[in-house]
Design a binder for this molecule. Structure first.
Ligand code: ADP
Ligand code: ZN
Length: 355
């Protein structure tokens, strides 16, 4: 098992990654002061069905606990489910010493973290991520829910007490979820660590390679990079924007496809390819990445997308400024920078890219 120490201006906490990391749970809870009166596990039906009993087994005879399950899917990151969690917590008598366990992918981490961040003005929580994508969302302290007007529109920054990443829980992930999470690992490598990118290129040639030692390395290095960036910029003023590599177009594609038929990471993969196509020096890197992604079974960029609708969405991106669209590009692997584009120029480039 590996341990990474996350440092943020507001608090430091450990991430345990590895086979059977879940066996750390009792110890982590016992080390907390004040001792938790009780524990609430929040999970979704899929993950609950598979792993709730493993988590409960770690608590049996040591802690009193309750479990609350919500339906799977990002659309469940709703005010209604948030409110239902709060009501359940009140009903079961959680107090300010209680601890919430977020057992699941990014969706559960976000909503359970937001419940924890606001229940009685904020109680402690522990992340127990079960997807590869969650290596990204479990670090950085962002929690929240969606509003019909937009995703993640309501939320707070709230850091967990610990992250317990039990890699044995990831063996049941569907292939498209593996691809989704791995795209974000590739992103972390591209923006920050050329040798890690080379390692991935060499060792991950099929999705099947994403297990054991390689999976462990992907999660730990991904988390370390995310932490390095976020710890320098907790409230997103400067370099945190580099984490947006591939996301300006990625978010627009997800939106155009109504968040169906494509996962977050798959959309980000298209966004990274587009970003690499925008600069002479990274065109070859983009071509190589495209071939590799294809070999790993990533879908090709959808052809039937409307360029003008995509551009409109990119203009509305939280990170856009007026009519210019800020794109994260690379000078080379490990050297990201922000390039402002006029919408009209980007539209031309995107038309070319989607041909
Ligand atoms: P993320 O945002 O991290 O991709 P989600 O919370 O949206 O994750 O989960 C994606 C889907 O995968 C959901 O349907 C969820 O129930 C399911 N899921 C999460 N973890 C696992 C797992 N370890 N095994 C099988 N299915 C999982
Ligand atoms: Zn992302």
């Amino acid at each position: 098992m590996k341990q990474i120490n996350i440092t943020t201006p507001s608090k430091n906490y450990p991430v345990y990654v590895g086979e059977q990391a879940i066996t750390k749970l009792g110890e982590v809870l016992q080390s907390l002061t004040p001792a938790p009166k009780n524990v609430l596990i929040i999970t979704d039906h899929n993950v609950g069905e598979l792993y709730l009993k493993d988590v409960q087994a770690e608590l049996d005879q040591k802690f009193s606990y309750e479990s609350f399950q919500i339906k799977p899917g990002d659309s469940q990151k709703s005010f209604e489910n948030y409110y239902a969690c709060q009501s359940f917590a009140l009903e079961k008598g959680l107090d300010r010493t209680s601890v919430i366990l977020a057992l699941g992918g990014g969706m559960i981490g976000d909503i359970a973290g937001f419940v924890a961040g606001t229940y009685m003005r904020g109680i402690r929580f522990i992340q127990i991520p079960t997807t590869i994508l969650a290596h990204d969302s479990a670090v950085g302290g962002k929690t929240g829910i969606n509003h019909p007007e937009g995703k993640n529109m309501i939320g707070v920054f709230h850091q967990p007490e610990a992250v317990i990443y039990s890699t044995d829980f990831l063996s049941t992930l569907p292939e498209n979820e593996i691809r989704s999470g791995f795209a974000e690992v590739i992103k972390h490598a591209l923006i920050a660590d050329p040798s890690f990118y080379e390692y991935l290129r060499k060792n991950i040639t099929t999705l099947n390679d994403l297990k054991d030692e390689h999976l462990l390395n992907c999660l730990t290095r991904g988390i370390e990079i995310k932490n390095e960036v976020v710890s320098q910029d907790e409230r997103e003023k400067g370099i945190r924007a580099f984490l947006n590599f591939g996301h300006t177009l990625g978010h627009a594609i997800e939106g155009e496809l109504r968040y169906k038929d494509i996962t977050h990471g798959e959309a980000v993969a298209h966004g990274m390819l587009f970003a690499l196509s925008l600069k002479e020096e990274t065109i070859q890197l983009g071509k190589n990445l495209k071939r590799w992604l294809h070999d790993l079974g990533y879908p090709t960029t959808p052809k039937n997308l409307s360029v003008s609708s995509l551009i409109n969405r990119m203009k509305k991106d939280k990170k856009a400024a007026g009519r210019t669209i800020n794109m994260v590009l690379l000078e080379q692997t490990g050297h990201p920078y922000i390039a402002p584009y006029q919408a009209i120029d980007l539209e031309e480039k995107l038309t070319e890219f989607l041909k």
